[in-house]
Design a protein around this ligand. Sequence first.
Ligand code: NAD
Length: 343
Amino acid sequence: MRVAVFSTKPYDRKFLDEANQRLIDAGGPRAGHEIGYFESRLTVESVALAFGIPAVCVFVNDEIDPLVLSMLSGGETKLVALRCAGFNNTNVAEAARLGITIARVPAYSPHAVAEHTIGLMLALNRKLHRAHARVREGNFALEGLLGFDLHGKTVGVIGTGRIGAIVAQILTGFGCRVLLNDVQHNPALASTGAEYVELDSLLAESDVITLHCPLTPETNHLISRETLAKTKPGVMLINTSRGGLVDTTAAVDALKSGQLGFLGLDVYEEESDLFFRDLSDQVIQDDVFSRLLTFPNVLITGHQAFFTAEAMTAIADTTLANLTAFQRGESLGANQVTVDMIR
Ligand code: NAD
């Protein structure tokens, strides 16, 4: 089927074209999809590009809000295929009202995100970002690079679904005491020695806290001035989930006071104006983000935790499989985002 793919970079095209070729190789030319690529995000300004095209394919910072959905509906678009797991950028209820189906890729490589999370933890602790810069300058002094053994430390994992569970398993392998918090318990973690506790206990006891729950109205600013006050002084916070989980202004103040000892982010509340682009020749207008960059104990990556070859292949294959199933009138199963998932 025809699909307009928004927010595309050369790497998106590569993996989607390869997945499309696999469909054609397996089922003939008609098994493939007719893919049109657009670099722009899907917003009210760009939605006209999809006019008359039955499916759009979008990513984490596209805006699938009521106005965009009504314009898509007017242009005969019937399917929004998210090439990600999170659907916080999509007004699912409005899509249902307009008869637009929302598909997603619920799992592609939870290992990719989990391993990046551990990477941020280790790099921040052992100050690898600073050490790398020093060694390149011929500075081999160790002052300021003192870390701590992760072994024996308490790590709190908030959200123990696919990604959080793998993070917890890796950390038990490191010899950490792992505390878990989730609205539902994951049986896969029962025999790991990790322990479910109330949020307040996790905040109070953890040396490192890592976030793996989705962004919902309930989890928005889960890390706030109030929750930061309940943590151990000097705690390490890692967020590879969604930016809105952390009140960034509160985090900046906690970094200034020392309450927050380390901050590792792969996501940021206002990332849609920054990430996935080369802005190195421009002045960054976001003062909160710019302030974050000044701290020696903050490490930020630009929403790259998912970005492994395995994950990109799985995202492309599942996205095109969602298009094929929709085109054939088949059930999308667990890949369909339904209204009951936002309640
Ligand atoms: P998942 O659905 O498997 O797990 C999420 C878990 O969070 C579930 O167990 C759920 O019960 C729990 N949860 C929901 N509300 C909660 C609350 N209020 N408190 C505590 N736990 C709560 O999702 P996943 O595949 O593990 O992904 C987790 C998140 O990671 C996604 O929602 C997405 O936002 C993010 N993500 C980021 C990247 C990246 O590149 N940085 C890539 C993929 C996913």
